[in-house]
Ligand binder design. Structure first.
Ligand code: UDX
Length: 448
């Protein structure tokens, strides 16, 4: 059992703290936000993450997990200090590292014993060396420490299961002994452990997220082509996915990626490349394709509704994906703004993200349930792929609507079924206008 201090109690930090305490370590989770720490001491979590409340409660009761705002308290007996603070997008896409810097300085001033500092936050390549320099120059007394990069690969909405079942643990350090100590912490997870140098570990994180984002923009471009040629992108993705070199995951065409990671990480990697004079052509295309998805969705709405001025349009979902209340970089924000720019009256329903959205997406009427959302609406737009929406009483929804137009930004429904139910339906890449005509094969039938 080791003594661990986790600095930053957000999506990554709280899951990391809860996870390591559940493995039997003694964990002190530290945040400078006093209200957040006081709430956690009362069992009130700052985030919605399935199963997390129970794990936190169990480990607090067992005395393995506690919360503090004090670095002196958090580091008093710590063998490890995990930096899990936010690295938000800064100017022209560069990661803003002020919170990492503040944490590194505070660690240096408060540490009283040898320490392994573990960078869990997603940080630009080379940050590990920078953190070591900050600590070295702020040490209150000469103490031994090492810095290890240990990027997180948690997905929101299934972060706890990702913590306990990682595809791999990546560790990077110039001090192999320190990396081995962090590897020991992860042994109970029984996952492959990659040990490399600091910069390579940091790059593995960015390259992994950028590749996943590339897969999404790839299938979204294929969806655009399917729409023109009358093919069904869902079946295309399914047919592709049997090839183990391609894989089935992250080939769901739709409204595009959002969240606090893909948008900022792809931008940050492109920025790192540009600063080094390397033109990030593919990454730029990935971002351009993604940026275009919400405009495409609004155009689908216009193709069904004609003018959308003064039309009542309901958004089914606000969170950037299902099973989370996170609306950071959520496509819903852009969809709402584009619809409002065109004079539509926008309403919305989300199972858990409405409070967060009300604070950041202005002018939307929040509805208590999907049926209230449908009542009198001229169109509904599926923005988040909540399971709840797949189980709706669709005939009831149709009868409640003023006109049964439905634009499915996540392809959670089937075009033929929706048409049979009386909806005017548009999916993404489900063939030309959702039907499946056999347009002239390209190149044939041209005038001689
Ligand atoms: C991602 C990475 O998956 C995770 O490994 C990393 O640690 C953090 O960033 P997250 O952003 O929580 O996790 O969610 P993820 O499930 O990856 O989805 C990201 C976005 O892509 C969401 O907006 C989701 O709706 C979208 N997405 C995902 C698609 O549009 N199509 C897909 O096939 C998969």
């Amino acid at each position: 059992m080791k003594d661990i201090c986790v600095i930053g109690v957000g999506y990554v930090g709280l899951v990391t703290a809860a996870g390591f305490s559940d493995l039997g370590n003694r964990v002190t989770a530290l945040d400078i936000n006093e209200e957040r720490v006081n709430n956690l001491r009362k069992g009130i979590l700052p985030i919605y993450e399935p199963g997390l409340e129970e794990v936190v409660r169990r480990n607090v009761l067992a005395g393995r997990l506690s919360f503090t705002t004090s670095y002196a308290e958090g580091l008093e007996k710590a063998d490890f200090a995990f930096i899990a603070v936010g690295t938000p997008e800064g100017v022209d896409g560069e990661a803003d590292l002020r919170y990492v810097r503040d944490a590194a300085e505070a660690i240096a001033k408060a540490m009283v014993r040898p320490l392994v500092v573990v960078n869990k936050s997603t940080v630009p390549v080379g940050t590990g060396d920078w953190v070591a320099e900050i600590i070295r120059s702020h040490l209150a007394k000469p103490l031994v420490f090492s810095v290890v990069s240990c990027p997180e690969f948690l997905r929101e909405g299934c972060a706890l299961s990702d913590f306990h079942n990682p595809a791999r643990t990546v560790l990077g350090s110039m001090d192999r002994e320190a990396a081995d100590k962090v590897a020991q912490l992860h042994l109970p997870l029984r996952a492959p452990i990659v040990i490399t140098d600091l910069r390579t570990a940091e790059m593995i994180k960015y390259a992994s997220n950028a590749f996943l984002a590339t897969k999404i923009s790839f299938i979204n471009e294929i969806a655009n082509i399917c729409e023109a040629l009358g093919a069904d992108v869902k079946e295309v993705a399914s047919g592709m996915g049997y090839d183990p070199r391609i894989g089935r995951q992250f080939l769901e065409a739709g409204i595009g990626y959002g969240g606090s990671c893909f948008p900022k990480d792809v931008k940050a990697l492109a920025h790192m490349a540009s600063v080094q004079g390397r033109n990030p052509q593919l990454l730029q295309a990935v971002m351009d394709i993604n940026d275009d998805r919400t405009r495409m969705l609004v155009e689908h709405a216009e193709s069904l509704l004609g003018k959308i001025e003064k039309k009542e349009i309901g958004l089914l979902g606000l969170a950037f994906k299902s099973n989370t209340d996170d609306i950071r970089e959520a496509p819903a924000q852009k969809v709402a703004a584009l619809l409002q720019e065109r004079g539509a009256i926008v309403r919305a329903y989300d199972p858990v993200a409405m409070d967060n959205a009300a604070r950041t997406i202005p002018g939307i009427r929040m509805c208590p349930d999907p049926y209230a959302l449908a009542e009198g609406a001229d169109a509904l737009v599926v923005v988040t792929d909540w399971n709840e929406f797949k189980q709706l009483d669709l005939p009831k929804v149709r009868n409640l609507m003023r006109t049964p137009n439905l634009i499915d930004g996540r392809n959670i429904y089937e075009p033929e079924e929706m048409k049979a139910l009386g909806f005017r339906y548009r999916g993404i890449g489900r063939g030309y206008n959702g039907a499946k005509p056999a347009p002239q094969p390209a190149g044939k039938g041209r005038a001689k």
